[in-house]
Design a protein around this ligand. Structure first.
Ligand SMILES: Cc1cc2nc3c(=O)[nH]c(=O)nc-3n(C[C@H](O)[C@H](O)[C@H](O)COP(=O)(O)OP(=O)(O)OC[C@H]3O[C@@H](n4cnc5c(N)ncnc54)[C@H](O)[C@@H]3O)c2cc1C
Length: 395
């Protein structure tokens, strides 16, 4: 019998467990993870960026949790010798019509409390990134890089040291209520817990449906594919170079990222994945696909985004088109300079109304808390999101 069972060993499940231990010292806590390792999905396949909080609507959960989350993340890293680098990032406008969007972004960043942002002209951008093409830019010195898998291993170690349990190969397949407690069925056994926190990422909606059939969102998987810059061309990128994002689209556009291990990546794009854990183009799961295509909201979304969706899809199949997008930022980069890299799949909630849910969503249903939408910058924000989750336990 446990006091709190957490489903999912990504950064949200782990920080939630850690925060529960910090707040309630005497509670018995277990994390149930379906894989044999931690952070194998979104957390372990992301860009490894510590976002500074420029992009998000002031007052939103994304904005507040990102700003609070960074401080907590960096404190955790400082106290546990986890490497990170606040290397700074440049967002560049490459056409005149992007300038008003860039200016709005700057204002948004200021409204979110980023006092260190600087608006730069073309030559100032080149001082920071000598190979970039920009007509105007924003420099965010407090953006950083980190390996979130290292963060997760350290959190898990602390949870176990504090008496918590992490159980691998434990896919949750059902939850039912008995005597005011939750009985959680996994493939191997059943576990009883007073409270449950659902942090199942790409499967959070399906886990929620075990006890609730009125969930008003569905998780749509969007794959992000990366290329790697060849060793001899790494000099083209010093740190992080981003385009001005399309304000109508929740993803940031293909960008250049220096990883904490020294690799330079280009990407990710955003294409509809044909399986929730569809890391390759050839990964197709009939159940996942029919679920997406039979969801009326998906077709509403398709109507709105068919143009951008099809161009992302084309770019996924054509290295030339991918390189064209990269050349907007670094004109001298060529097809020969990049090799195929990894990929990650984003869990993006789509509402029944056909909207891509922009903000984080955490809901409580009796003795279960569901974390239903934690896309980027949730890795950066995880320690603050965990505090929010625990606040739901108090109510
Ligand atoms: C391509 C990409 C790039 C990104 N870049 C960044 C970035 O640079 N910075 C940033 O802050 N954020 C970034 N993000 C977002 C960030 O990675 C995610 O928001 C965050 O990792 C979400 O963590 P999570 O714990 O909710 O999900 P996950 O890491 O996916 O963890 C969910 C866990 O639940 C487990 N699980 C699922 N179903 C079950 C079940 N039934 N039973 C038991 N276990 C189950 C899964 O195996 C998994 O381990 C990016 C995401 C992607 C995909």
């Amino acid at each position: 019998m446990y006091d709190i069972a957490i489903i999912g060993g990504g950064i949200i499940g782990l920080t939630a467990a850690y925060e529960c231990q910090q707040r309630f010292h005497d509670k018995k806590i277990i994390i149930l993870e379906k894989e044999a390792e931690l952070a194998l999905h979104q957390t372990g396949n992301n860009s490894g960026v510590i976002h500074s909080g420029i992009y998000y609507k002031p007052g939103s959960l994304k904005a507040t949790n990102c700003r609070n989350g960074i401080k907590k993340l960096l404190d955790f890293c400082d106290n546990n010798d986890i490497p990170y680098e606040l290397c700074g990032k440049l967002i560049v406008a490459t056409t005149d019509d992007e300038i008003p969007v860039l200016n709005n972004l700057y204002e948004r960043g200021l409204a979110n409390g980023l006092t260190d942002l600087k608006l730069l002209d073309a030559s100032e951008c080149k001082e920071i990134e000598p190979h970039v093409f920009a007509i105007k830019g924003i420099h965010s010195p407090s953006t950083g890089i980190i390996d979130y898998r290292t963060v997760c291993s350290k959190i898990a170690q602390k949870i176990v040291d504090n008496g918590g349990k992490v159980k691998f190969n434990s896919k949750v397949i059902n939850i039912r209520q008995k005597n005011k407690n939750n009985i959680i069925a996994t493939r191997a056994d059943e576990i009883e817990s007073e409270l449950v926190i659902n942090c199942a990422g790409l499967y959070s909606d399906r886990v929620a449906q075990f006890t609730q059939n009125n969930i008003d969102i569905k998780i749509i998987p969007f794959r992000g594919e990366y290329y790697k810059i060849k060793e001899e061309k790494k000099y083209l990128v010093k740190n992080l170079i981003y385009p001005v994002p399309d304000p109508k689209f929740p993803f940031l556009g293909v960008h250049f990222t220096r990883r904490i291990d020294g690799a330079i990546e280009a990407g990710p794009n955003a294409v509809l994945a044909f399986a929730r854990e569809g890391y390759k183009k050839s990964d197709i799961k009939f159940k996942d696909l029919t679920e997406i295509f039979s969801y009326p909201a998906f077709w509403k979304l398709g109507k709105q985004y068919w143009k951008i969706g099809s161009s992302e899809m084309l770019r996924s199949f054509s290295k030339t088109l991918f390189v064209n997008a990269l050349q907007k930022l670094i004109p001298e980069i060529t097809k020969q300079d990049i090799t195929t890299g990894g990929s990650g799949v984003r869990a993006q909630a789509l509402t029944n109304g056909g909207e891509l849910l922009d903000d984080f969503r955490i809901v409580r249903n009796g003795k279960i808390i569901h974390v239903l939408n934690t896309p980027s910058p949730a890795a950066t924000s995880a320690f603050a999101i965990a505090e929010n989750i625990v606040t739901h336990l108090d109510t």
